[in-house]
Design a protein around this ligand. Structure first.
Ligand code: HEM
Length: 521
């Protein structure tokens, strides 16, 4: 190719990147696509539409964070179902347990896929985050791997780590009570790190801090309306050079991959040196499943475990603490049971074996999941893969459905006095059935694969914290439980005063928990 030809092509490429050309290409592509979609969807019938604007629909109405209260208000206006448009995606919000059960559970075979997310899944996650994978063979393969480590059969693997780490948690609360949020994060992360990588994590571990940063980057970008290409996946067909969001997404991918891979590299190094104790990671790296995965996918299996296993328990512990500070009445009831089992004068910490005698604590944990479902405030979107009809509506394949978590959890038709933290509502003989009575782990086949680990993390930690510590609102800084932020950049989402229940309880923590903070592996 001659020099002048190269110059001509370079000029053409520069011109192609002019904003007016990009705009023209985007509008032409979107216009054609939307027209086709409009004609296609005209044959179908949806629940009431929330009015939006042409092309973008409701994309600019949805708040960037804390969408729960927004979607709850709409449910109050529209009833059991309503429809929104986010870009070219049609979302149907399911606002009652009845319709969630009917569609996402009973018809799970066709309601369990995910819509395409070119930004958050393809670019930012190298197509490898299980939570966003379509319902296909790759999802099944990874789900099976995760199930092997997280299922209820694995309880005995997790219990000793949860025992040790929750003692360390009590120790941290005693030593640095104002760092309770960081302590929750360390606790949850260290349980999963111990099982998966055979190593603990300590308070202020820079790798843990970075991990929580990548989680928040993902959560921020996953909000509907945040990335135009996730609203209009057709834009992914533009030449890569015209995709202005791509470099930002790729930077996030690089950071996320680096954070995950660092742990995997260190694990492999310890394995080569013969110093690594057996753990999930050592077994997984030698398993036949791993040979069917690319390097990125393998690293993301580890990353998913670290990520999903850390933030969720940290947040739920925070919710129960907020519930204790704002509705202290139930704490007294919890302590009646705890004191009866563990002693009225701080004789010993609650143990796993006490669980059968501490059904009130199991009810507290369930109420903690229900009360303000902060992990997925408007649920997680699933995609219908086949046309379907329901109660007079006709949905095309490709429609997105979600359970409106905040709206259901706070609906008085579903729960009496829903805003109140009231564990008694779960004292119904089903205290040990952690998935029953709320949707915080999601419905149907995409139900959280780590629910048992998460529930156990919260159970033992809360039993011990409630036995040993008091939680109170800070004078002049009441906790607004309806607006506890989801994304906090590693700072605590609200202020709370943590003090030992008595000198005897402080002494118990010193006696039984200090040693846990010194264990190293
Ligand atoms: C502590 C409380 C936890 C809560 C409230 C929670 C909540 C959720 C929710 C709402 C979903 C989405 C469900 C759906 O799409 O329908 C989910 C998915 C998931 N969770 Fe959890 N989770 C928790 C703990 C954990 C733990 C400890 C792990 C792993 C160590 C974990 C791993 C996952 C994974 C891998 C998925 C994706 C599953 C899939 O798409 O097939 N979670 N979780």
């Amino acid at each position: 190719m001659s020099t002048s030809e190269i110059e001509r092509l370079a000029l053409a490429a520069r011109e192609a990147l002019e904003p007016s050309y990009i705009l023209f290409a985007v509008v032409a592509l979107l216009g054609t696509w939307l027209f086709q979609r409009y004609r296609h969807n005209a044959q179908y019938k949806f629940p009431p539409h929330v009015p939006g604007i042409p092309i973008f629909g409701n994309s600019f109405q949805v708040p960037p964070v804390q969408q729960g209260p927004w979607a709850k208000k709409l449910a109050e206006k529209y009833g059991e179902m309503f429809t929104c448009k986010f870009g070219d995606k049609t979302w149907v919000f399911l606002n009652s347990s009845r319709v969630v059960t009917d569609l996402l559970e009973r018809r799970a075979a066709i309601y369990s896929s995910r819509p395409p997310f070119p930004m958050t899944q393809s670019i930012m996650s190298g197509d490898s985050r299980i939570v966003l994978m379509p319902y296909n063979e790759q999802w099944r393969l990874i789900r099976k791997v995760l199930h092997q480590i997280l299922s209820t059969k694995q309880q005995d693997v997790f219990k000793p780590f949860q025992d040790l780490e929750s003692k360390n948690l009590c120790w941290d609360y005693l030593q640095t009570p104002d760092r309770w949020w960081a302590a929750n994060g360390r606790y949850a992360n260290s349980v999963i790190m111990s099982v998966v990588f055979g190593r603990r994590s300590m308070l202020d571990d820079p790798d843990v801090v970075e991990l929580f940063e990548t989680i928040e980057l993902f959560l921020e970008n996953q909000q509907p309306g945040k990335n135009i290409v996730d609203g209009f996946p057709v834009l992914d067909k533009l030449p890569k050079a015209l995709q202005w969001w791509r470099p930002r997404g790729y930077e996030i991918f690089k950071k996320t991959f680096r954070v995950y891979k660092k742990e995997v590299d260190q694990l492999e190094k310890r394995m080569r040196a013969g110093t690594q104790r057996r753990c999930f990671g050592t077994d997984f790296l030698k398993s036949p499943e791993v040979t069917k995965m690319s390097e990125v996918r393998k690293v993301f299996v580890f990353g998913t475990l670290m990520e999903a296993g850390s933030d969720t328990s940290r947040v739920t512990l925070g919710q129960v603490i907020a519930g204790a500070a704002t509705y202290p009445g139930w704490v007294a009831t919890a302590r009646e049971q705890l004191d009866k089992v563990c002693g009225y004068n701080a004789e010993r910490l609650p143990q796993w074996d006490d669980r059968k005698d501490l059904n009130y604590i199991s009810a507290v944990v369930k109420e903690g999941f229900r009360w303000r479902p902060n992990i997925a405030e408007i649920g997680a979107p699933t995609m219908l893969i086949k046309d379907d009809e329901y109660e007079g509506y006709k949905f095309p394949a490709g429609t997105v459905f979600t359970w409106n978590a905040w709206a259901i959890a706070l609906n008085p038709d579903e729960y009496e006095q829903p805003e109140r933290f009231w564990p008694e509502r779960f004292l119904n003989g089903e205290e040990e059935q952690a998935l029953k009575g709320h949707w915080s782990f999601g419905p149907g086949r995409r139900v959280c694969v780590g629910w048992k680990v998460g529930e156990m993390n919260v159970w033992i930690a809360i039993a011990r914290l409630l036995y040993c510590f008091d939680f109170a609102e800070v004078p002049g800084k009441p906790i607004d439980t309806m607006t506890i932020p989801q994304i906090t950049k590693n700072s605590q989402p609200f202020e709370v005063k943590v003090t030992p229940r008595s000198a005897a309880h402080a002494e118990l923590v010193r006696r039984d928990c200090e040693a846990a903070s010194k264990v190293r592996y």
